[in-house]
Every structure is written in structure tokens, then in C-alpha cells.
Design a binder for this molecule. Structure first.
Ligand code: MN
Length: 229
């Protein structure tokens, strides 16, 4: 078969202790999953059900890269997040079995064009242009679930130029990882390669050209991004 032009390469994440890489499929992102972050954005947490938006695989870059300040914004924000990598397919997954579908965990940045998001919210329009754009999903290598252990009480932090901006515990999530997997699997037949960005704690804020962003979650490889001057 021939193609009219070259297909873009599919991103794949390095995995600690493994030769093979994790090929990235769909990227689901949870909104408002930490109460203090929802509050700082002027929202209340909805305990009825989590909600989602998506990023395309073409929005992924690896950790440690330098990227230009994105198009179309003057208010680029950092959002530090736990990334869950799905390794086994499933639909209508019960909470009790949800972690059996996890391949591993990683640290990620959900970079956000906050001004476009605010305008979209005001007009009740979708968030795509605010959330899904080049280099908006910054993903560190994955740690297999078996060697990571329990998620409970892990600290999640982010600094800009060495100054701490976000500092919370994974236990502050409104919807736990098993709850998110279970609920998401009522809407989508989850597949190996799917990633779930599980929402950001409080402390989001703008970055500018020249900034170094570094995020950490206890027990995982850090994620970093440089905004080129
Ligand atoms: Mn987010």
C-alpha cells in the first residue's frame, strides 16, 4: 500500500526496566478531580460523575524537551497529573477489578491554553483548542504497576524555575483511579495503549518563554518541559 504523504509516527513511552515501549492510543483526561483546584477555577466538584476531555496522540512529547511557546495563547498554564496507562482491555469494569487493567503509571503535564479555555467556558463551547494542541501532553517514562505498588498518599508536586507551585497528595483525588477506570469503561471500551490523565491539584498558573517546569510524583520518573526563549 502506498500513501499520499508520510503518516506521523505514533508516540510510544519508555518503560522502566523494559526494552519494549508502550504505544500511545487514546488520551482521556479527567476534569476537576481535586477539590482545591476546582475551587481555584471558580467551580464546585460534581460528585455525580467524573467528566472527560481528550487529547490526540499527536499532542504527546517526551520529558525534557524544549518547545516554543504555543500558538494562539497568551496564558499557557501548567497542570501536573498522574497518568494511568491501560494494559488490558475492558468494558463495564467493576471498581474492585479496575487496577487489574492498569499497565503502569507515569507523570504528565496537561499543558493548557487557559485563555482559550475561559473563552470556551463562557460561550459553553468545547475545550479542544484549549487542551489539545502541539506538545500539550508531556509524558515521562512509565513505571510498571507491579513495581510501583500502592497509589495511596503519594505526593505530587510541580515547580517552575525551582519554585514550588503545586504540592498535594494523590489521596486528594475526588475520583480515585479505580473509580475513574470503572466509570470511563461505561463510556468507552478501554484498550491497551489508552492513557488517563487523572486531573491536577491546586496551584496551576502561567508559564512564560524561558521557564523550566518540573513535576514529580513519589516513586515515578519526573516530567519536565522547557519553554524556549
Ligand atoms: Mn488537567
Amino acid at each position: 500500500m502506498t500513501f499520499l504523504f508520510d503518516l506521523p509516527p505514533n508516540p510510544a513511552l519508555a518503560v522502566l526496566g523494559e526494552e519494549a515501549r508502550f504505544p500511545v492510543g487514546r488520551i482521556f483526561c479527567v476534569g476537576r478531580n481535586y477539590a482545591a483546584h476546582a475551587a481555584e477555577m471558580g467551580n464546585e466538584v460534581d460528585r455525580e460523575a467524573p467528566f472527560y476531555f481528550m487529547k490526540s496522540a499527536q499532542a504527546v512529547i517526551g520529558t525534557g524537551e524544549s518547545v516554543p511557546y504555543p500558538l494562539g495563547t497568551s496564558d499557557l498554564h501548567h497542570e501536573m497529573e498522574l497518568v494511568v496507562a491501560i494494559g488490558a482491555s475492558g468494558v463495564h469494569i467493576p471498581r474492585e477489578n479496575a487496577l487489574d487493567h492498569v499497565f503502569g503509571y507515569g507523570a504528565g503535564l496537561d499543558m493548557t491554553r487557559r485563555d482559550l479555555q475561559a473563552a470556551a467556558k463562557e460561550k459553553r463551547r468545547p475545550w479542544d483548542t484549549a487542551k489539545n494542541f502541539a506538545a500539550s501532553a508531556v509524558l515521562a517514562p512509565l513505571c510498571p504497576a507491579a513495581s510501583f505498588g500502592s497509589l495511596a498518599d503519594r505526593r505530587i508536586t510541580l515547580s517552575v524555575n525551582g519554585e514550588t507551585r503545586q504540592d498535594a497528595s494523590l489521596s486528594e483525588m475526588v475520583w480515585s483511579v479505580p473509580e475513574v477506570i470503572s466509570h470511563l469503561s461505561t463510556l468507552y471500551h478501554l484498550q491497551p495503549g489508552d492513557l488517563i490523565m487523572t486531573g491536577t491539584p491546586a496551584g496551576v498558573g502561567p508559564v512564560v518563554a524561558g521557564d523550566w517546569i518540573e513535576g514529580q510524583i513519589d516513586g515515578l520518573p519526573p516530567v519536565s518541559l522547557h519553554i524556549a526563549p
